[in-house]
Design a protein around this ligand. Structure first.
Ligand code: TA6
Length: 314
């Protein structure tokens, strides 16, 4: 029973919206809003915030909250007939009191299961019945784990296709001192150039202007190095072949009402996604996608960050 779980607290957040707080004994925590099934906070044992949340985030449903981890379903981006990034991030999810068991059950105590199902209103814009489940779990070491399970529950025998993403806003100290390891040499679609396909060259990614790229067939492990804070975020993903990297930079930042003018300096979206090849499910079939993120101290090697330590350990 949820109420007996001391690691989970259901309470009211900003503007009286329902949220769940996950806590681990070492002091790590995460917060999830039922609006959008959106994680808005992830803190380490020192109570340091690891996710970016805009200084102008509005918390006004049905708008998605600017920051944290947005669930993009059944469409990522603008490719498709739906609104940008689909509707799941704009809907009110419910706590799922009795989710189907996970094949490899974990011993995590701090977790919550949410569910979003079709509504009569949404059927008008996406004519399918589905169950979209999300488990958010906090590991004993503070790792944040998101598992999504999407099932086709159509009764008319029809398959459906979708794209999906965990649109994740990481908090970084200074974007110009950030490197991303694991995407070099990959092909990507450049959203700033009509989704033209290019191949990434050279070394790790660094940032000095707007970027909006969809990297295709990315490895299961990616590292984001925050040089200033000597912190490395390590992403591990499963079922999500693509990775979207986005920073709006100064001009686009100013154009977004719910984003501070200088916020772009302190965030980077690195989004595990399934974009290039949509998933197709027949009635009764289920898809599973998983993202695990951890924050570890970066190691130094002759004055240079040594990403291999973070990328290839563990
Ligand atoms: O992740 C890239 C992206 O699709 C960008 O094109 C950018 O617009 C961003 O997501 C934010 O989208 P949003 O609809 O939340 O303003």
């Amino acid at each position: 029973m949820m109420s007996e779980n001391v690691h989970i607290e259901l309470c009211k957040g900003v503007n009286g919206l329902d949220k769940a707080i996950l806590r681990e004994i070492r002091g790590c925590s995460a917060e999830v809003y039922l609006n959008g099934g959106q994680v808005t906070s992830w803190k380490n044992e020192f109570r340091e915030q690891l996710l970016f949340l805009s200084s102008k985030a509005t918390f006004k449903p049905p708008n998605a909250i600017r920051g944290g981890i947005q669930i993009c379903f059944p469409q990522f981006g603008t490719i498709g007939s739906l609104e940008q990034h689909g509707f799941a991030r704009n809907r009110l999810w419910s706590v799922d009191p009795d989710p189907p068991p996970f094949p490899s059950n974990t011993s995590h105590r701090a977790f919550i299961d949410l569910i979003l199902g079709h509504s009569e209103e949404d059927v008008k814009i996406w004519p399918h019945r589905y169950e979209c489940r999300l488990r958010v779990a906090l590991g004993p070491g503070g790792d944040l784990m998101l598992t999504s399970r999407i099932r086709n529950t159509n009764t008319d025998g029809k398959s459906f296709s979708f794209t999906f993403a965990y649109h994740t806003y990481f908090s970084v100290t200074d974007i110009s001192e950030v490197r991303v390891e694991g995407l070099e040499t990959l092909d990507y679609l450049d959203n700033l150039k009509n989704r033209e396909r290019f191949t990434e060259q050279g070394d790790a990614l660094t940032f000095e202007s707007e970027v909006d790229k969809v990297y295709l067939g990315a490895p299961t492990k990616i590292a984001i190095l925050d040089h200033e804070r000597k912190r490395t975020y390590v992403l591990r993903k499963d079922g999500l072949p693509d990775v979207v990297v986005w920073n709006p930079w100064d001009k686009k930042a100013k154009a977004m009402a719910d984003f501070g003018d200088d916020d772009y300096k302190h965030m980077l979206c690195v989004t595990a996604a399934c974009v290039e090849k949509p998933v197709t499910l027949k009635p009764g079939e289920e898809w599973k996608g998983r993202l695990e993120i951890s924050a570890v101290p970066s190691s130094y090697c002759s004055g240079q960050l040594d990403p291999r330590r973070a990328l290839f350990s563990g």
